[in-house]
Ligand binder design. Structure first.
Ligand code: SGN
Ligand code: CA
Length: 540
């Protein structure tokens, strides 16, 4: 009798197991695509004034475009640390590009791997140490190079590979999907582009087309920062004053000498030598064939150019190379999406496209990022998940890169550690928009450092942005996002906004408590910074 009962239970158990596997959908693959410094203004799904990105747009056409996605700390390595740990910078400790990432922390890829996912990472990580939780990786050391870059590989040590970085990363990604993917496991792939990070070198096939184009100037190109505090005035991100002539605008060092143009920064010509100097003879000849005539023209024009002409010229040169380097990112994304479709993987693969932060494309006369102001605070986010996200949908809520870890873990059916601080975005994917946060917290630290953007933290709601700049100043700014979308008027001292300031200060204080940030921690990171004697150039 006992035996029969046991057998009965066994059969029941086995059939239950089978019915489970029949009904439970296969766990989704996850393709996480991130470009470095890719502004939403340079993705046509957001705005096609500057460039068409038909392939990146496919993700939004087949899925969801987030129009209010933002970061918690607008700079490269800290953003990546927030993404991997699901914790704000003050808790994961990677407050800027210099402090090392504490690798004893739990990151979501480790959890995916431990729960049966096959994991791979190709491209730019920028941590100073190797990623944990990956079966395979090939990453660039630090910032990496555009031409003939070196890679740190998990299995073959360091390798220098001939070619153009964006295309190499794309090839590695597709190659892994084709030849190394294990059919019986879901995968997590981190496909991470260096482009369009400074010094913005396009692929050869885009030189001619992009250097001929003229781009629409932003309305605030000649911003004088009146109506704002000392942080905007003192930032060193101006296209005319702070962009390198050789390294960024690609004026040959000897042409600078001939025209008597001094280096902008101590590494101006050095950056040119590092990037353009890494080309082989053939690549260099192709580059010179286009950038040589551009230099010739500049020699003729420069002596009669006004300051305003120079600013306009700088903007066009910047956009030609920045957007030119995005063209190959878009092509690469297209190839990977095509492969997913051809192989039948697309149906059960979540595709996420984002950047480590936003970027200024001449707005306020700037390049670079760091500020809580819109162009650097916001980040692109496009997500496709067949069967879950309705094609062509849009979400306007305040989602953050802080939310990625928990969202990805939830999609994989893996429980997120209780100390992660983000939100699971899957209800938003399904179109359920109730009970989601209505304010986000932001904190930037890397100061004094390259670009000289002061330390600040703040709260952002759909309607307002309240910011506190500290360390060597004690200044507050308030922006009315609805009535002043370009953020040109600090209304902090305007009596009409006194109530708003009072309420937002209280909310900001609550957010600091909620996320476990504090004045003691602000001071702790200042002390650590001073101890190290850091004046950073951004983690070379
Ligand atoms: C380098 C760049 C900076 C940039 C930092 C950080 N200068 O230092 O413009 O802000 O990287 O960028 S460069 O002349 O050396 O290119 S980040 O994306 O890695 O945070
Ligand atoms: Ca970046």
């Amino acid at each position: 009798m006992k035996k029969i009962r046991t057998l009965g239970f066994l059969i029941l158990g086995v059939s239950f197991l089978f019915s489970c596997t029949e009904e439970t959908p296969k766990r989704p693959n996850i393709l996480f695509i991130m470009a470095d410094d890719h502004a939403y203004q340079a993705i046509s799904a957001y705005d096609n004034t500057l460039i068409e990105t038909p392939n990146i747009d496919r993700i939004a056409n087949d899925g969801m475009l987030f129009t209010n996605a933002c970061v918690t700390n607008s700079i490269c390595a800290p953003s990546r640390a927030v993404i991997l740990t699901g914790k704000h910078s003050h808790l994961n400790g990677k407050i800027d590009n210099n402090f090392p990432f504490d690798t004893t922390q739990m990151t979501f890829p480790q959890l995916l791997q431990a729960n049966g996912y096959q994991t791979a990472m190709f491209g730019k990580l920028h941590f100073g140490n190797n990623p944990k939780g990956f079966d395979e990786f090939k990453i660039l050391p630090g910032q990496g190079r555009y031409y003939n870059p070196e890679f740190i590989t998990k299995k073959e040590g360091k390798k220098t590979i001939t070619g153009y970085v964006t295309d190499l990363i794309t090839d590695m990604t597709i190659n892994w999907l084709k030849t190394e993917r294990e059919e019986d496991k879901p995968f997590f792939m981190a496909y991470l582009h260096k482009a369009p990070h400074r010094e913005w070198l396009p692929a050869e096939r885009h030189y001619t087309d992009f250097t001929k184009r003229t781009f629409k100037e932003p309305e605030t190109l000649f911003d004088d920062y009146s109506g704002r505090g000392s942080a905007a005035h003192e930032a060193e991100m101006n296209l005319l004053k702070h962009m390198n002539w050789a390294g960024d605008s690609k004026i040959y060092p000897d042409v600078m000498d001939q025209l008597g143009i001094p280096e902008t920064a101590g590494w101006d010509k050095g950056a040119f030598a590092r990037e353009v100097g890494a080309m082989n003879e053939e690549q260099r000849a192709a580059w010179d064939a286009v950038y040589g005539p551009m230099n010739e023209q500049f020699i003729k024009d420069y002596p009669t150019m006004s300051q305003q002409d120079k600013m306009k010229w700088r903007y066009q040169r910047y956009m030609q190379d920045y957007l030119g380097s995005i063209a190959s990112v878009d092509e690469g994304v297209g190839k990977v999406l095509d492969y997913l479709e051809e192989s039948g993987l697309a149906e059960n693969t979540i595709v996420i496209y984002t950047s480590d932060q936003g970027f200024y494309l001449g707005e306020h006369g700037w390049f670079d990022k760091r500020f809580i102001y819109n162009e650097s605070f916001k980040t692109p986010l496009l997500v496709k998940w067949p069967g879950v996200i309705k094609a062509g949908s849009r979400n306007t809520q305040m989602v953050q890169n802080l939310d990625f870890a928990q969202t990805i873990l939830a999609a994989a059916g893996v429980e997120a550690p209780a100390d992660m601080q983000g939100e699971n975005l899957i209800p938003l994917f399904r179109g359920e928009t109730e009970n989601f946060r209505d304010a986000v917290y932001y904190h930037y630290y890397e100061y004094p450092a390259v670009h000289m953007v002061k330390r600040h933290y703040g709260i952002v709601t759909e309607d307002f942005k309240l910011v506190h700049f500290y360390y060597d100043v004690d200044e507050w700014e308030l922006y009315d996002r609805k009535n002043d979308p370009k953020e040109l008027r600090n209304v902090y001292n305007d009596p009409e906004y006194a109530e708003v300031v009072k309420k937002l200060k209280a909310d900001l204080s609550d957010l600091r408590i909620k996320y476990k940030d504090s004045e003691e921690l602000d001071q702790h990171f200042i002390d650590k910074y001073k101890e190290k004697g850091l004046i950073s150039r951004g983690g070379e």
